[in-house]
Design a protein around this ligand. Structure first.
Ligand code: MN
Length: 734
């Protein structure tokens, strides 16, 4: 037999090779967990085949092989073997945890979640979100690294897929995965991902370029070899330890360069590149001197990324020189540590090449990552570093998905209501529930990274006021206010219209005889343009029906029944209205309205206040600090300026709680302070504070004060009593 076709290696043989490699790389570690992971995965994937026809298990094995080369630790390697098991078999995560522990289970779960995300929507604005999201979803950097190794092997075996799937996966690789590898400083993986995707996406251009590069390959390799020997000799003569490599630049990066600079291949200065790796920064500069002494440097091509590292922490000296025969080539000089970061480095920050100015938060992130990389350099075993590294790059954002895979970026703790409004106002308005990752969740549920959210809607449903307390996005808040306003207004119009009709009946005025024009004319008198606005104002209680009626039908002798509104004291430009008897508040520009202190906050004189026109009950006066104000003031129209009238009137009751040491004499001091202020005590109650271990007491006191100033004075005096720990004003009804 002249030819012996060797059978492809079996799954078992592949594993043996892998294990040997791991043993060599990690001689002091117990690799039995690796074999258990392999047996477990091989059993579960047993019946499955890849698109190429080979046993499915070849894929996790190949991925894990890549991970060994990247110096991954055993947790990462087990994750590599098990990474597709949840997605592709009916294995439960709990089984992984029971068999391989919490760390492996968490990583496998992380990779599964990334795999499940449909990245099909490839709009440019989505790509950035997706890249951020992939990192945001990962609390363990090993998850991203396993995912990148997975993608690398998928790209290596992409030819067995349909043309359409090839293109989809290649585009995703260029848009999402290669940039992530780049930002994590993983130059080698990024280069291979890009070149492979390039060949799928631009078959003609890549073929031509590769042909062109290949045509000169022999010549170029010969040339590189010669230069390499020269450099090695020169460096040795200067006692500079070195490892010298020569390479032809990667096709995709040449392609981008030709496109960007609109030049031809023979105009690319750095198609050929020499890399010198030496032992110290000092020797990097020494080697640069040797190179420039031998060949003429091209002006403007010397770059010192050691003194000024690139934002992704890349460090090297770059120069381009004119070599023998007038041919240009690039030289990169770096230390061993810099080289490792350039090829395999795991951390870099996001903003690189995004062209955006770093915010304060970004700067902090970069500083933090930089620190991590510093630590990594000091560690003998980089995997030790990986296992301690927890990443949360975007703590203020959460990345969620529509069932179709569109990314919806929301602030942290956003709820399904925010999500619904981000999709569409109608979806938000009619939202009645949400299914998150297939499970029904309450509307107050805080969404998490990677959640797939399906909003349940019901036609005709309307947002409730409570939603204002649940939402985190301005968009949702504004939409909800808008709808609530419209609803309230419609109600007010109805009430206004009815009250006018009722009043007309009572006074014997025939409303049907009054024309729409007349009503609109009166509306203008009240500063609104349409009859409907007038009804709404009536409904909200801004004007009384009787006033309006007198204006609408002045001719009709309205016989005056007893007044129903409280008597008003006119003042120029404003009127003073009295509400519940112990209150004097002036309301700017409004006639005869009922005014009362809101029960939720009971503002006192001197305190900043704001009025809110209630429906049919007049104006409620709230403290500006009242927590209800934010929720009530959704309608600017109903907010009204109010102020305390100057003249002093009756004192108002205010309740405070004094937290104090439990010791005799406290109550005496409290009452003598109030006596000195001639403030009446309405009630006073002291009790032990059972919620605390130490001797503590609580005094509830309701006292009468004239204004805020007096209250502040009293509270300051209370605070000075020895033993008093804290004082709290109770803002609800005393
Ligand atoms: Mn996979």
């Amino acid at each position: 037999m002249s030819t012996l076709l060797s059978a492809p290696p079996s799954v078992e043989e592949m594993y043996k090779q892998l294990e040997e490699k791991v043993r060599a790389a990690r001689p002091n570690e117990d690799v039995s967990a690796l074999e258990r992971a392999f047996r477990f995965a091989a059993e579960r994937h047993k019946e499955q085949k890849r698109d190429s026809g080979e046993p499915y298990m070849m894929h996790p094995l190949a991925v894990t092989n890549v991970l060994v080369d990247m110096q991954m630790d055993l947790i990462g390697l087990q994750t590599g073997l098990l990474h597709d098991i949840i997605e592709d078999t009916d294995t439960k995560l709990s089984e992984i945890e029971a068999n391989f522990g919490e760390d492996v289970a968490r990583c496998v779960d992380g990779v599964t979640k990334l795999t499940k995300i449909d990245l099909a929507d490839r709009e440019e604005r989505q790509a950035e979100s997706l890249r951020k999201m992939l990192l945001a979803m990962t609390s363990d950097i090993r998850v991203v690294i396993v995912k990148l190794a997975d993608r690398l092997h998928n790209m290596r075996t992409i030819r067995s897929l349909s043309r359409e799937r090839q293109e989809r996966i290649a585009q995703e690789t260029i848009d999402i995965y290669a940039p992530i590898a780049h930002r994590l400083g993983m130059g080698k993986i990024r280069g291979e991902l890009e070149d492979r995707a390039f060949q799928v996406l631009e078959p003609e251009a890549s073929a031509e370029l590769i042909r062109e590069i290949d045509a000169k390959r022999e010549q170029n390799e010969e040339y590189l070899k010669k230069i390499k020997t020269t450099i090695e000799q020169k460096l040795a003569r200067e006692n500079i330890p070195s490892r010298v490599d020569g390479r032809v630049k990667r096709a995709y990066s040449v392609f981008l360069k030709l496109k960007r600079q609109k030049i031809r291949l023979d105009q690319v200065y750095d198609l050929l590149a020499i890399r010198i790796v030496t032992d110290s920064v000092k020797n990097c500069y020494a080697a640069l001197g040797v190179i420039h002494n031998e060949w003429h440097p091209i002006p403007g091509r010397i770059k010192d990324f050691i003194a000024i590292p690139r934002p992704n922490l890349y460090q090297s000296l770059h120069t381009s020189v004119i070599g023998p025969g007038g041919m240009a080539f690039e030289v990169q000089i770096r230390t061993e540590a810099m080289h490792r970061i350039a090829e395999e480095g795991i951390a870099a920050h996001w903003k690189y090449k995004e062209g955006r100015k770093g915010s304060g938060v970004d700067d902090q992130r970069i500083a933090w990552l930089r620190q991590l990389v510093e630590w990594q350099r000091e560690m003998r075993d980089p995997s030790e570093f990986m296992s301690t590294l927890k990443v949360d790059l975007y703590p203020e954002e959460v990345y969620t998905f529509t069932p179709r895979g569109r990314v919806v970026v929301l602030p942290r703790d956003a709820t399904p209501i925010d999500f619904a409004y981000a999709i569409h106002s109608d979806v938000g308005n009619t939202c009645v529930g949400a299914r998150v990752n297939g499970t029904i969740r309450p509307l107050r549920y805080a969404l998490k990274n990677g959640d797939v959210v399906e909003i349940l809607t019901q036609a005709g449903h309307q947002p409730s006021k409570d939603w204002l307390g649940l939402v985190k996005t301005p968009r949702a808040r504004n939409r909800i206010k808008h709808v609530i306003n419209a609803v309230e207004r419609a109600k007010a119009v109805e009430i206004g219209q009815k009250s006018l009709e009722k009043e007309a009946r009572r006074l014997g005025v025939q409303l049907s005889r009054i024309s729409k024009e007349d009503i609109e004319k009166v509306a203008t008198d009240y500063g609104v343009s349409k009859a409907e606005d007038l009804y709404a104002a009536l409904g909200f209680g801004r004007f009384s029906a009787r006033q309006v009626l007198q204006k609408v039908a002045p001719g009709e002798a309205i016989e005056e029944p007893a007044p129903v509104e409280p008597p008003a004291k006119p003042a120029p430009g404003r009127r003073i209205a009295t509400g519940d008897g112990d209150l004097a508040i002036s309301v700017t520009g409004i006639d005869q309205v009922m005014v009362y202190r809101a029960k939720c906050c009971n503002p006192i004189r001197g305190e900043p206040i704001v009025g809110y026109i209630t429906r049919g009950k007049g104006v409620a006066v709230h403290s500006v600090q009242c927590p209800n104000v934010q929720n009530l003031m959704y309608e600017v129209e109903r907010k009204i300026d109010v102020e305390w009238v100057r003249s002093a009137s009756e004192p108002l009751p205010v309740k405070v709680i004094i937290y104090t040491d439990d010791r005799p004499g406290i109550l005496n001091q409290v009452t003598s302070i109030l006596n000195a202020e001639s403030s009446n005590i309405r009630s006073l109650e002291a009790r032990g504070d059972t919620s605390r271990q130490d001797e503590a007491a609580i005094v509830d006191i309701t006292m009468e004060v004239r204004d805020k100033k007096q209250l502040d004075r009293v509270i300051t005096a209370f605070r000075r009593i020895p033993g008093v720990r804290d004082i709290e004003r109770v803002q609800h009804a005393p």
